[in-house]
Design a protein around this ligand. Structure first.
Ligand code: IPE
Ligand code: IPE
Ligand code: MG
Length: 229
């Protein structure tokens, strides 16, 4: 790992927001913003692994995003399918391990099958883990984890943490949100307990590797005290 470029961060998560506003500014359909958002996913995930990050977690579809118009939801699902189909070979080649968090098994059967195949083909990879949050809500994740912990014994923070979708990932170091909104929108609520936060007005389709580098440089300057002195 290249600790110089990541400033010691191992795991970065991004709330990729602002596709709609990006499109609106250009008098383009919202779906075009999502298309350009996929381009940004490609560029940023390549940059993250070139920098040596161990894990990059991207919020792609929340449990609340079902409230959007049906045509937008199906456009997003179509983009997701095409993304997996077009980029899977690159993940295999570049040693990228794919991981999905959230209730993704509730998605359409053709998408579940595509994801199952992509997970199997990248399971043995040992490079950067690309984590995609799909039909993800942190409250849902914590409730599921607590239920599993209860089945096994006492509900303690450690027992819940061990059952989270992210249990096998490095601790979250840095959480980025684009588009100027300063809220978590039900993303990684548990994992964000001691993560550093970086909010930027840049809209997701405009987010470039240099923005990721700036966020990591900021991270490198923080003193993480975890409640101590
Ligand atoms: C974020 O872009 C992408 C998803 C939620 C999938 P938005 O579609 O939320 O963009 P804005 O917030 O309307 O600009
Ligand atoms: C958060 O963005 C969800 C994703 C980026 C997938 P939203 O655009 O859905 O969040 P709100 O509605 O502004 O809180
Ligand atoms: Mg939004």
């Amino acid at each position: 790992m290249n600790a110089g470029q990541t400033h010691g961060a191992r795991h970065v998560a991004i709330i990729m927001d602002g596709n709609g506003r990006w499109a609106k500014k250009r008098h383009l359909p919202h779906a075009v913003g999502h298309q350009r958002g996929v381009e940004a996913v490609r560029t940023i995930s390549r940059a993250a692994r070139a920098m040596g990050l161990e894990a990059l977690t991207l919020y792609a579809f929340s449990t609340e995003n079902w409230r959007r118009p049906e045509d937008e939801v199906s456009a997003l699902m179509g983009l997701l399918k095409r993304f997996i189909q077009s980029d899977l070979d690159e993940f295999v080649r570049d040693n990228v391990k794919l991981k999905i968090i959230g209730e993704w098994r509730a998605l359409a059967p053709d998408i579940v099958a595509l994801i199952d195949d992509a997970l199997a083909k990248t399971a043995a990879n040992t490079g950067c883990t690309l984590v995609v949050a799909l039909n993800y809500g942190a409250q849902d994740e914590i409730a599921r984890a607590a239920a599993k912990a209860a089945e096994k014994g006492a509900i303690t923070p450690a027992a819940i943490e061990a059952e989270l979708d992210t249990a096998d990932l490095p601790p979250l170091d840095l959480l980025i949100r684009t588009s100027g909104e300063v809220r978590l929108s039900n993303f990684l609520l548990w994992q964000a307990a001691y993560a550093e936060m970086w909010f930027t007005d840049v809209l997701w389709p405009d987010f470039k590797p240099e923005h990721l580098q700036a966020a990591l440089a900021h991270f490198g300057q923080r003193e993480r005290r975890y409640g101590g002195r």
